[in-house]
Design a protein around this ligand. Sequence first.
Ligand code: SF4
Length: 334
Amino acid sequence: MRSKKHCNIPIFIPELACPHQCVFCNQEKISNTFAIPKPNDIKNIIDSYLETIPKDSEINIAFFGGSFTGIPTEEMISYLKAAYPYVKKGQVQGIRISTKPDYITEPILDILEQYGVTAIELGAQSTNDLILVKSGRGHKFDAIEKAAHLINKRNFELGLQMMLGLPHDSLELSLQTARDIVKLKADTTRIYPTVVVKGTVLEKMYLNGSYKVLSLEDAVNWSKEVLKIFNEAGTKVLRVGLHPSEELELGKSLVAGPIHPSFKEMVLSELWNDILLGKLTTKGDLAVKVAKNQLNYAIGYKGKNRDFLKKEGYNIKFTSSSTLKNFEIDVCHN
Ligand code: SF4
């Protein structure tokens, strides 16, 4: 049976008067760059998306881009009231929101439940207290734990996003964050390497030498190790890396950071290199089968894995198999 196409109707609502000062965020730029839709605009936005989305898709309305539950309650309810009729009529399957862990309370969850919200994504970023403090998040790990428990008590999908390479971060601390996200029973996650944006505290720290940005190579390797933890736990990874053409433009708002248009492909390519090295025993001519959607990653970014393994004495013919799942492998020695 063909699985349904998943489509989000994205509605960007940055929380403009945010009282926090996360070191990586430039609120002024956000407010000058994006026209923020008013609650009255929501119906038109949803209707125009619905005209273009195939009817048999699984559709969600996604209020993203800021701390949705941090905006004044009446305004938040106005946005939800505009979106909820589409859930009630069955035109969309649910509403997703993203917010900060310290903006989750029982009364807020009551409101979200009442107006058809199905998934809550929290920007956890790290579970290490010192990283959270040095990043200006305005809360510590206990706030993430508390929010996750409150959400898990109800029927919401829980997402916990993480960032790699924040001030004071290390590979070991990032791995601990991934393990904590699994322990907190997140259904989904997103992995974002930290980048330095103009006009941020992080830019000052970067320029005065008190912050060192992750290299592309380290960001790829850290992401790969973090991904292994999520894959093993069955946590769905919705996103790996930032795309240069979206939030940031090279040479403009981006000062420094591990951004690459093929970041995810590079991460999966490295992950497959590890899988192959763990499975291959006998050198020579080999046939390797992997799931169809993994074939390019197994061969490697720009054929990297195939070429590297050839040099190591493994002459591999890669093919796809419809019976294998993600990251499963079938090796046949010719
Ligand atoms: S990233 Fe931090 S500073 Fe920026 S809007 Fe979110 S909470 Fe506020």
